[in-house]
Design a protein around this ligand. Sequence first.
Ligand SMILES: *Cc1c(COP(=O)(O)O)cnc(C)c1O
Length: 463
Amino acid sequence: MTESYLCKLNIGERVAALADECEARLADAFAPLSAVCEANLHKVLHAFAKNRLSDTHFGFTTGYGYDDAGREVTERVFADVFGAEAALVRTQIVSGTHAIAIVFQGLLRPGDKLLYCTGAPYDSLWATVGIGQGGRPPAATSDGDPPAGMTYGDSSVDVGAVDPARSHAPSQGSLADFGISYGEVALTPTGDIDYDALADVLKDPSVRMAAVQRATGYSERPALTIEKIAQWASFVKERRPDVILMADNCYGEFLELQEPTDVGVDIMAGSLIKNPGGGLALSGGYVAGRADLVEQASYRLTCPGIGGECGLTFGQTRTILQGLFLAPRTVTDALKGAILCGEVFSRLGFPVFPAAGEARSDIIETIRLGSPEALIAFCEGIQAASPVDAFVSPVPGDMPGYADPVIMASGAFVSGSSIELSADGPLRPPYNAYFQGGLTYEHAKLGVMSAAQRLVDKGLATV
Ligand SMILES: *Cc1c(COP(=O)(O)O)cnc(C)c1O
C-alpha cells in the first residue's frame, strides 16, 4: 500500500505493517471461506432459476398488493435458499427485532411459555417478551458484572419466575401482558447449551416454543454453529416433538453451508439490513420456516384473515434480490474483516472473541477494550474510515431498548446497516466493541487500521 494513500486516513506505517503482517498470517484461515461463498452463491442462483426470476418481477402493484408476482417470487427464493417451506420477506418488517417479534406474537398463545436456550434474548427483544425494567434490560451492577441473564457461565435456570427486577411495562402489549410466560436456560461457561438443565425444563408442559440466538449479541459468547443448532434441534424434538423450534438468525446468514431451517429448526427470522440484504436492501426483514408457522406469523405482521396476501413491495424487489445475490460475497468479506480485526487487536494486547482459529457462525468480532476511552476511540476510528459521515465523531447516546448509553460508529449508505462497516458497544464494563460488516474486505481492513491508529494516537495502545 502506498504511503501517500495511508496518509489520507492518517494511518501510520507501523499500524499498516501490523495489518499486512496479520493478513499474511491469515491466508490459511481465509482460503476455505471462498468455497462457502461459492456454494451459497450457487444456492441463490439455483433458487432464482428454479423460480424463473425475470425482470417482469421487478415491477410492483399498488393498493392492497394482491397477487404481486415479484413479492411471491422473492419469498419463494428466500424459502429455497434457506431450505424452508415458506418465507415472508417484507419491507413492512421494520427490523430484525420486528421479524422475531411477529414470530413470538403470531405463534404463542396465553398460557404458553417461550423458552430461550441460549441465555437471555438480544436486548432489543426484552420489551416484546416483557422482561427487564419496563422492557429495558437491567443496568450492569456497579462492580462491572453484566446483569443477570446477560451472559453465560451461570447454569441456574430461571423458568419464567417473575423477578421484580425484570417486571415488565404493562402498557405495550408484551408477551407477558398476554399471559405468555418466559424462561431461559443459561449457557455453560464454555458458551454451550446446558443440556442437563434443558432436559429438566422441557418437562414443563407449558413450553410451546424453544428458541436459540445464533449470534453473539452484546456478549462474549461464541456464536452457535449450525452443527450445534442441529444438535439442539434434535435434542428438543426427541423429548418434545410438540415444541416449536425457533432461531434468531441475525448476522448468521451465509456464514456456513446451511441455515438453521436446513437442520431441523421450524422457523427463523432476521434482518435485511444485515447479511441477507447484501448491503443493498434499503430496509426489511424476513421470517422463514414451516409453511403453517410462517402463515401464523403473517397474521401478526398484518392481521388475521389477511396474512401475507397483502403488502406492497414499493419497487424494492430488485434491490432485495440483487442484495441476496451479492450477500454470499459480502458476508465472506465481512467475515474476513472480522477475523483480521481479531488478529490485529489481539496483537495489540486486547482480548478478542472469537479468538483466532475458533469456529465462527456470525460476522461479529468482539474486542474487550477495557475502558470507555478506548471504546470511544475505536468507534471514532471506524467512523473516520466510513464512506458516509466520515467527518462526524460518534458520541455515546441513549437507545430505545438498551439500558446503558450505546456508542455506534456507522457511516453507511443505508442508515443503521450493520452489514456495512460498523462498530458499537454499550458504555458498560468491560467496554466491549462489537465490530462487524464491511461491504468489501478492503474496506473492513481500512476500518481496522483506522481504529487501531486512533487507539495508538491516544496512547491507549502501542504498536
Ligand atoms: C441485530 C440483532 C437483532 C435485531 O436487531 P435489529 O436492529 O432490530 O435489526 C436481533 N438479534 C440479534 C442477535 C441481533 O444481532
